[in-house]
Design a protein around this ligand. Sequence first.
Ligand SMILES: [Zn+2]
Ligand SMILES: [Zn+2]
Length: 1001
Amino acid sequence: METPVPKLGFYFPQDSVAAAWLNIETYEWAKHRFEKLQRICNTFLAQYPDEKIYQCILSMHSQTFAYGISGCPYCRKSFPYSQEIQNRMFAPFPNKQLTCPNCSRTMPDEKLSDEGQGFMHDGMAYYPVGMWNFHTAGWLLGGVRDHEGMVTKLTYMYMLTGEQKYACTATAILDAFAAIYPGTLGPRDFTPFDSKAEMGRLHLLTSIVYRIKVFLAQNYDWLYHFEDMETPSPALVLMGEPGTIRDNIERMLHDYMLTEPGGPVYNLADGNLTELHNHEADGVRAMLAVGLVTDKKEYCDWGIRATDAFLSNAVGRDGMYFEGSYGYSMFTITVFLDMALLSMRAASGEPQSAPHPFANERFFRFAVQNPMEMLCQGHLPCYGDWGADRICGQKPDIKALTDTYRAALHFYHFSPEINIRKEASNWLDRLYPLICGQLGDKGMDLLLQHPSRTQSHSFSLPTGVTIAGQAGIGILRDANETTALMRIGANHTHAHDDVLGLNYYAYGKEISADLGYGIYGSNSHFGWAAKSIAHNAVVVNEDNNMKKGQLYKSFAGGEFTFLYRSPTVTAYEGQAPALYGLDAYQRMIALVPLPDRSSYLIDFFYIRGARTCDYSFRAFHEKSALTLEGVRKTEKVKDSWTLAGVEGEARFYFNQPGKSFGERLTTGETFSPLLKGEKAQYWTPVPNNGYGFIYDICEYKPQLACVKARWQSTEGYELIWHGLLDADDRVITGQCPNLEGTEHHPLLVIRSHRHVKQYAALVHTTKKQNSLRVTHLQRLPVRGGETIAFSAEVGDGQIDFWAYSPTEQTMLIRTRFGEWRVEGRCGFVRTDQTGKILTHACIHATSMTFQGIKMPGKKSIWFPIKAIDHKKRAIRLDPHLIPDDADFIRIAPSTDAPAALYAVKEAYSRKDSATVMLRDSFSLSKGIVASCEKGMLRTQYPLPLGAAFQGKLIRGERGGRGLVEEVSDLKSIRIRVLAPFSQGEAFDITDIEEGYWAQWL
Ligand SMILES: [Zn+2]
Ligand SMILES: [Zn+2]
């Protein structure tokens, strides 16, 4: 037995073998993992002699690969995604067949034969042999689930034991795939049948090629000195081509590099960066891995710089990734960790060319702190493009915890900053007991040393409020852990059109039932699930400005205007008038815990300047029935089968029973049948507002001032929406589909044609055994313009009073216990049946008076910023009493300008000044001046967050100063130059300057 030596050890250095053996001796999970690895590898060696491996892999040459998203050609059901079920579906080599777990038919068969190219059947393309190839190649080489293939497992065994047999078989797998790799086109599911469009390599779709390439480069690094490398490649010999195994493998590593056919456009050549999305990030990490193992120095140099750009500009000052879905953030963390590790290795021994990635606090917040702070009842937030959240329960998401542990482990090992290392170590302590059973799925778990636990830090779910100031995500949690998430931030790549939409969690369920997404570009994704009307939001003017193929409205972001926290009420307001170019478009959400552990939610949605407003509300992923109270059904209008036909202006072809999109949505997230003019992918209907997916429309007129909509779910939950309606509101119900049309849910829409519209609702979700019920929502007369007030009986003899105004004023509310006066915008009082005040909240009010009792509130004072310390991230204000809950501060150039929200780390007031240390980085993004002429600054680092930079400051390191007028494309900024910039000058974009104003949120 020899001791294997890697070429470089760029991913796992030589000493990681000793670390692995220490882990195996110390930890039960590591011992198990090793034994399992050994078992899997030995079984594989016994069953697959090299000859059979070559036969199996070369049999895929010039055949297709496919996910199989069109489902089963016999029963039309989609195939299960579960790996376990899939493992049982496929026959072993050489029999390239699969059996549908639903209808038990085996294919291909005599009726539907497949020579390796797939076939068309009833207008749909099917690839059973391609699916077999996909599954087998994924097992051998690694694949879409980010899982390690046999080749990587065998390489680990070789590293750990030094036994040649493992290296030999691993090399054979690499050699065989390398021979067929160039010229393959990637999975065939996303192009028309027979298309030759390049969508990746082998079974790997576009960026997944790069994900796997990191493994392959790592394997090659450790197999580099294996004696057979210089012998002629058996795979190439079989294909009649010349070349050694080494030539063959290196050719595969260099193939499909720098750009990504079939994916979004970018080109990394010459260190160029384009959009900094997750595909490009995957491309960079592969470029670094291949650059390191094949000594391509320019790849390393470009990769080091790219890593700096990604960490500075794809992640905001609040540590939030830009792409508009938290699932994509979690995935991108894993890419950035690799990228940072490889960049660090590439930079070692080089003169300081870029900052150390693991010294970056913003990166630490992104990868370690934020995932734990963003949890909603233990779930990862589900806004934007990501799988629907159907989890039931409040256990913290174990995958998120495990990934966070791994991220912390990276910082613990690699950060040069003692504070970061220390906090990382605390997180390891906290998370280890929860996740140790999960460790071992990745080689990293085994090959990185795990510190022994020294102190006892215990893990708890986040409580209170989480706000990401630049991303514009706000999460409210009340004393019962009922949670509301609202987004006011800019729309980017994977966002849904859900600004001011509500994700609402109770009893460990995402009650608001966001549809999520499954397949990019499907009819469900483009036409329906991403649309505003599919969310609990308000759609203005039927979204009639949405263009063909448009996913969401372009939006640079809104503001969180106030926040209130007490044990009785938690509330905040978001404003986003620019979303529709209105005078006002704002929502206030409040959560109120009740003694039976249920909570109710208050929803004030105010819109000024619209022709039509559609307030939409959905509940529950499971089957549910919707019933209405306080309404009268109106005569069915002709042509109103779908929501698109309600106004009866246009006769849409889909506006008939059986023809709506909602009824025809099916397996593969497309329509069956496809009607004339419709396409299965990247297609949107006209109008592109999702309204044609909502069918079986019924319309009602409100009969009572308070209308109740009651959802009863098959899992024993009930949600009652109590709405205060105007007499001319139109109450509409309809049915809408999930992504594959397997389920249909009732949806409520309240349509208003008022120029100024105030929606007001109280939402209460209960379980059967809950005792409390909210009854009698009663609108109260108010003096003051555009105000709304009501009382609600909330069980146990309590009466809750609410008042809200979109503007600051004095509200005089007439109640059964006399006049209630609110100075400001929002107030809450709870009394008993006799009118005795039990509790109150000046939510956004300087004071309230009720029954002669004066209740003081908070004044929102603006303080001028006297000085800034960029290094310490501190701002200095006049001395004042720092509020108890000084967690967030608003900062604006003037008191009437839109304000940016910053998280606060620490604040104190001394005799002559108050100091506020910000938790967020001062830099929104950074860049390097490529040129600056005639007010146009071109930068080398793209600015994916740039849509929101209008009016922000540019501070060059050599004294250049400017104001952003517009980020006209990702690398061009139209600026007003205040002091000239020079070429190559590094700069930061910030939104804080002396003379600006600050206000506690
Ligand atoms: Zn079937
Ligand atoms: Zn959504």
